[in-house]
Design a protein around this ligand. Structure first.
Ligand SMILES: N[C@@H](CCC(=O)N[C@@H](CS)C(=O)NCC(=O)O)C(=O)O
Length: 196
């Protein structure tokens, strides 16, 4: 197996942390995503990371199917059971949050004159609502699962890249974020603060 990823993608980070939590030694390769010559595009025309290359030649795209595959290899779970209503609810909302933060960061990276104020405002409002929602939950710090790993990765990306000043309004979530931020799995996969 080989995981194609970028250093700053929250989805790549989620899968890297999932693999560590499952006790798998998952080799990674940092790839480009947009140039015609980028190796990723030969495997995944959607041009998205994470992409998992399997030893049998098959290619898995999208975090969730990749996660399901890794669970099967490890014979352990990080995804909520289908009967686990609250677990599935958190997974869905945490992943919606990550999607929004990814759009926000992507927009904020464009030249100022090309940025859409509407998109920035929409994503900031979405993130704010999610943070208020997460603040009310009594989030555990262990065991880590797909939902918690996703939530941390989205929150961390947002903090590092677009909005670092949410903690005063959401002290419980800030404490949870800070506790997880000390863990090796998250320290070793931290994105760059200000990539080119
Ligand atoms: N739904 C996908 C999202 C993956 C995704 O959007 N990855 C971004 C990086 S954060 C990407 O590869 N973008 C390619 C591009 O920007 O061209 C998943 O869960 O894996």
């Amino acid at each position: 197996m080989l995981l194609l990823c970028t250093a700053n993608s929250p989805y790549s980070r989620i899968i890297r942390v999932v693999a560590m939590e499952l006790g798998l030694d998952l080799p990674i390769e940092i790839v480009g995503v947009r140039n015609r010559a980028d190796r990723l595009l030969a495997f995944n025309p959607a041009g998205k990371v994470p992409t998992l290359l399997l030893d049998d030649g098959n290619v898995l795209a999208e975090s969730r199917p990749i996660c399901e595959y890794l669970e099967r290899v490890a014979q352990r779970r990080v995804l909520a059971e289908i009967s686990d209503g609250p677990g599935r609810q958190l997974e869905g909302i945490a992943n919606g949050f990550v999607d929004g933060v990814a759009v926000w960061v992507r927009e904020a990276r464009r030249k100022t004159e090309d940025q859409s104020r509407d998109i920035l405002a929409l994503e900031e409002a979405r993130a704010k609502r999610c943070i208020q929602y997460f603040e009310k939950l009594d989030l555990p710090t262990s065991p880590l699962n797909f939902a918690l790993i996703s939530l941390f990765s989205g929150l961390d990306l947002m903090t590092l890249r677009v909005h670092g000043s949410w903690s005063e309004e959401s002290p419980e979530l800030a404490e949870w974020h800070s506790t997880l931020g000390e863990m090796d799995v998250f320290r070793s996969t931290r994105p760059e603060t200000n990539p080119a």
